[in-house]
Design a binder for this molecule. Structure first.
Ligand code: GLA
Length: 746
C-alpha cells in the first residue's frame, strides 16, 4: 500500500522511502519521518525537554515539555508558540495572526485531483476516460484535513505519490468557512522538519549568462535562505533546495530534495533550531505575496516536489529526471524526437534579410538540421532591442514578403519552422505602449525602472491576458509554426496593477503568474502540435512550472562550451537532459571570447536538446563535415540521452574535467561524454569511474570520439565502475571526449 492510515498515523510509502505524520494526543499533526522505509510509528523516537522560553499550547496544561517551538510539525504555522519559520501565516479580520491547526481526517484517493489554474505533476491515469477500477490501484494520493480550533478555517494538505520515482508532492489548500475575509500572508507547500541529522544544504545560484551554479554549505544555527523577488524564478536562485548528510556524495548517503513547481517569486528557508533540529520551508515569497480570501473561498498553493534518496545525489537527480520526463512534460512530447534546430540569433542578431534566413536554413539542411528558428527582430520595426515589443505585426519589408511565405519556403526544404516571441513585454517605443499605457506594470507618478529598454505587461489583469491570447492565436493560426521560443527578458519591479484595489496589491505577483499560466494553457491547448521552448534571457525561468507548458528551456545565453559544463552540471541536479536547450555556437565565443573545438561544442550541446546558433557558411568544408557528423550522432543518440539514466561522473568544481554518462534502462548501452579542461604535460593516463553498469557483465568499448575502435577492448562492468575507463590523452585545452560502450551479449 502506498498510503497507510492507522488511527492517527499516516504513512506514505514510495518504492524506497517513507513519509510519516502523526496526530498526537492533542491532535497536532507531527511530521515524524521522511527517509528510508519504515514500518514503525516513528513518533516513539521523539522525546522533548522542557526548554525555557518555549511556551506550551493551552491544552497541554502543565506539561512544560510540550511546545510547538520544539516539536517536529507537518505544517508549522505562525502564532502558536513556534518561533521558527512558518509554512502558513494567516491574518484574521482583527489583525491577529494565529492558527491552531488540529488533525481532522485523512482520505486516500485513487486518482489525483488536478490543480486548478496551476501546473501540476500528473499521474499516468490523469485524463484517461476510464481509469482502472479503484480496487485495482493502490491510493495515488491522500488528502489530510486540518482545522483551526477557533475559527472555521480548514487546511487540506494534498499529497500525491509517485512510487517508482520515489517522489511525493504536496500542495496546501486553505478554505475559509468563516463569515469574514481572511488574508493568507505566507504559504509554503514544502515544509520538512528533521529532529536528527547533521546536514549540508545545496542550492543553485547565479546570474545572467551564469545560471545554476551548485553551492554546498554547512548549515548554521538560525536561518539560511534563498529566494527571488523578481516575479520570475530567476537566474540568481533556482527554486529548489537539497539537504544532504555530511558524508553524502554523488554515489552514497542520504539526500532530500524540494523543488517548487512555480515560476514566480519564491522563498526557500532552512532553519537549524535551538535543539539542533532542521526545518526546510519552500514556497511563495511572502514579501511579494498575500491573498485575500473571502468567506466561502479557498486558495490552493502550487505544488512542491519532494524526493528522498538513500543512495547519494545522483540517484536523487535521477528520481527528479524520471518524474519530470514522465509526469511533468506533457505526454505528447515525452517520446517524441525533438528536432535538431538552428537558430539565427548569434549568426545575425537583428540584422538579417529574407535571403540570410533561407541561406542559414539551406546550409543547415545540408548537414542534417531539422528546424529553422527565426529569433528576435522579425516584427514591428525591431532592428535593435530599443523598440517594437508588443507590436507583433510581421515586418514584411525586412522579410521581403509574408511570414507565411517564409515558413512555406522552409517547409518546402523539408524543415520545420520555429519563431521567437516575447509575449509578456512591451517596448516604450511601440504602438501597444502608446495605445495601452495602463497595461504596463508601473507605479503612477513615479518613473518606471527600465531594463533592456522594455516594460512588463500586466498579466495580473485578465484583459491583458485575453489580448495576448487573441494576438498570438491569430499569429499562429495564419502562420503554421512548428515551434515557439517564448522569451522573457527582464525582472519585474514597480509592482502595481490598476486591476486590484490598493489593499490587494500584494496579490499581484501571484496573479501575474496565474495570468501567464492561463495564457500558456490556452495557447498550448489550441495548438497542441506546436513545441514550446521556454527562455528568459537564457535560463532565468528554468523551473518545473514552466516545464509543464514548455518541455524544453533555453538553459543559458552563455553558449561557451567550457562555461556550459558548469551550468549544465548544476542544472542536472533537478532537471533532465530532455529539458535543457544547448547549442553549438561560433568561436571566439560571443560571451567569453573563448575558443573551443567544434567537437567539444558538439559534445556539450548533446547533453540536452541540441542545435546550432551560428553562421554555418563561416565553417570550412572539414568543419561542415564534422558538424554533419555531430548531427547524425545526436539524432542517433537522442533516445539514449533522453531515455537513459544520467550520471554526473566528476565534479567540475573540484577536478580538471567534467564528465557525465547516459546508461540505457537495460544497462546495455552506455554513452560517456565530457570535457578535459586543461592539458598538462607528461601526465599519467586519467581514468574516470563509470556508474550504473551491470558489474558482472562485460562491456565493449565500441567507439571513441565517434570512431569505431579497430581493436575494441572489453572490461567487466565492475572494473569500469571501480577502476575506471582510461581516457585518451589530450592536447590543448577544453577537449571534448566521447566513449560508447555496449554490453556483450551472453
Ligand atoms: C534573449 C534570449 C536569446 C535571444 C535574445 C533575443 O536574450 O535568451 O537567446 O533570443 O533574447 O533578443
Amino acid at each position: 500500500m502506498s498510503v497507510t492510515i492507522e488511527n492517527n498515523l499516516i504513512t506514505i510509502d514510495t518504492r524506497d522511502s517513507s513519509y510519516q505524520m502523526k496526530a498526537d494526543e492533542y491532535g497536532v499533526l507531527l511530521h515524524t519521518w521522511y527517509g528510508p522505509k519504515t514500518r514503525d510509528d516513528m513518533s516513539e523516537l521523539l522525546r522533548y525537554p522542557d526548554v525555557g522560553f518555549s511556551g506550551s499550547i493551552h491544552d497541554a496544561g502543565n506539561d512544560r515539555t510540550y511546545s510547538l517551538d520544539t516539536r517536529v510539525q507537518e505544517l508549522p504555522v505562525e502564532g502558536n508558540g513556534d518561533y521558527r519559520t512558518a509554512a502558513l501565516v494567516i491574518r484574521h479580520p482583527d489583525g491577529s495572526r494565529s492558527l491552531d491547526l488540529r488533525f481532522e481526517k485523512a482520505i486516500p484517493l485513487y486518482q489525483k485531483k488536478p490543480l486548478e489554474h496551476l501546473p501540476y505533476v500528473f499521474q499516468d491515469q490523469d485524463g484517461l476516460q476510464n481509469p482502472e477500477p479503484e480496487a485495482a490501484l493502490p491510493p495515488q494520493a491522500v488528502d489530510v484535513y486540518l482545522k483551526d480550533r477557533f475559527a472555521d478555517i480548514q487546511v487540506i494538505l494534498h499529497f500525491s505519490i509517485f512510487e517508482a520515482e520515489n517522489v511525493i508532492t504536496r500542495s496546501v489548500e486553505v478554505i475559509n468557512n468563516t463569515e469574514d475575509e481572511i488574508v493568507i500572508e505566507k504559504i509554503a507547500p514544502a515544509s520538512l522538519d528533521f529532529t536528527a541529522g547533521d546536514f549540508d544544504w545545496i542550492h543553485f545560484h547565479g546570474r545572467h549568462n551564469h545560471e545554476r551554479e551548485m553551492e554546498r554549505k554547512d548549515l548554521v544555527h538560525g536561518l539560511s535562505a534563498i529566494g527571488s523577488s523578481r516575479g520570475m524564478s530567476s537566474h540568481q536562485q533556482n527554486p529548489g533546495l537539497i539537504l544532504a548528510e555530511k558524508n553524502t556524495d554523488e554515489k552514497h548517503g542520504k539526500a532530500w530534495g524540494a523543488l517548487l513547481m512555480y515560476s514566480g517569486s519564491f522563498l526557500g528557508e532552512i532553519e537549524k533550531d535551538q535543539l539542533e533540529q532542521t526545518r526546510l520551508v519552500l514556497g511563495m515569497n511572502p514579501g511579494q505575496f498575500e491573498w485575500h480570501l473571502a468567506a466561502g473561498q479557498s486558495f490552493q498553493s502550487p505544488e512542491a516536489i519532494l524526493s528522498f534518496s538513500g543512495k547519494g545525489l545522483n540517484t536523487l537527480s535521477q528520481q527528479y529526471h524520471a518524474l519530470i520526463n514522465q509526469h511533468v512534460i506533457k505526454k505528447q512530447w515525452q517520446k517524441q524526437h525533438r528536432p535538431l534546430l538552428i537558430n539565427n540569433w548569434e549568426a545575425t542578431y537583428f540584422n538579417f534579410t529574407h535571403e540570410d534566413i533561407l541561406s542559414i536554413a539551406r546550409e543547415a539542411k545540408k548537414i542534417g538540421v531539422e528546424m529553422m528558428v527565426l529569433d528576435d527582430g522579425w516584427f514591428g520595426k525591431r532592428d535593435s532591442d530599443l523598440s517594437s515589443l508588443g507590436d507583433w505585426q510581421v515586418n514584411e519589408e525586412k522579410l521581403q514578403g509574408s511570414l507565411k511565405h517564409l515558413i512555406d519556403e522552409v517547409h518546402g526544404m523539408d524543415m520545420k519552422f520555429g519563431l521567437w516571441i516575447e509575449p509578456e513585454m512591451v517596448s516604450e517605443d511601440s504602438r501597444l505602449f502608446k495605445e495601452h499605457p495602463e497595461w504596463v506594470i508601473r507605479i503612477e507618478n513615479r518613473d518606471p525602472i527600465r531594463s533592456r529598454y522594455q516594460y512588463v505587461l500586466d498579466l495580473a489583469n485578465p484583459k491583458v491576458v485575453d489580448y495576448l491570447y487573441d494576438t498570438f492565436e491569430a499569429l499562429f493560426k495564419s502562420n503554421p509554426v512548428d515551434y515557439i521560443k517564448w522569451d522573457f527578458n527582464r525582472s519585474i519591479c514597480d509592482w502595481h496593477t490598476p486591476s486590484l484595489p490598493a489593499g490587494r496589491q500584494k496579490e499581484m505577483g501571484h496573479r501575474y503568474i496565474l495570468g501567464l499560466y492561463d495564457l500558456l494553457n490556452r495557447l498550448t491547448t489550441r495548438f497542441p502540435e506546436v513545441l514550446l521552448e521556454g527562455c528568459a534571457g537564457g535560463g532565468g525561468r528554468f523551473d518545473a512550472g514552466m516545464l509543464f507548458y514548455t518541455p524544453q528551456i533555453w538553459c543559458s545565453d552563455d553558449t561557451d562550451a567550457y562555461e556550459r559544463c558548469f551550468i549544465q552540471h548544476g542544472t542536472s541536479f533537478f532537471y533532465p537532459a530532455s529539458t535543457i536547450g544547448s547549442h553549438v555556437s561560433a568561436i571566439p565565443n560571443h560571451q567569453t571570447g573563448r575558443i573551443t573545438s567544434l567537437w567539444t561544442r558538439g559534445i556539450v550541446s548533446m547533453a540536452g536538446t541540441s542545435g546550432f546558433e551560428l553562421n554555418l557558411d563561416l565553417l570550412d568544408e572539414n568543419e561542415k563535415e564534422e558538424a554533419a557528423f555531430l548531427c547524425g550522432r545526436y539524432k542517433l543518440l537522442q533516445p539514449l540521452i533522453f531515455g537513459g539514466s544520467q550520471y554526473r561522473l566528476t565534479d567540475p568544481f573540484k577536478e580538471n574535467l567534467c564528465f557525465w554518462s547516459f546508461v540505457s534502462p537495460d544497462r546495455k548501452n552506455v554513452l560517456v561524454q565530457g570535457v578535459v579542461f586543461r592539458t598538462r604535460p607528461n601526465q599519467i593516463g586519467s581514468r574516470i569511474c563509470l556508474q550504473g553498469l551491470d558489474p558482472d557483465k562485460r562491456y565493449t568499448l565500441v567507439s571513441e570520439n565517434g570512431k569505431a575502435m579497430k581493436q575494441p577492448k572489453t572490461f567487466f562492468g565492475s572494473t569500469l565502475m571501480n577502476a575506471g575507463l582510461l581516457l585518451e590523452p589530450t592536447s590543448g585545452d577544453n577537449q571534448g571526449q566521447e566513449y560508447f560502450l555496449r554490453m556483450e551479449e551472453e
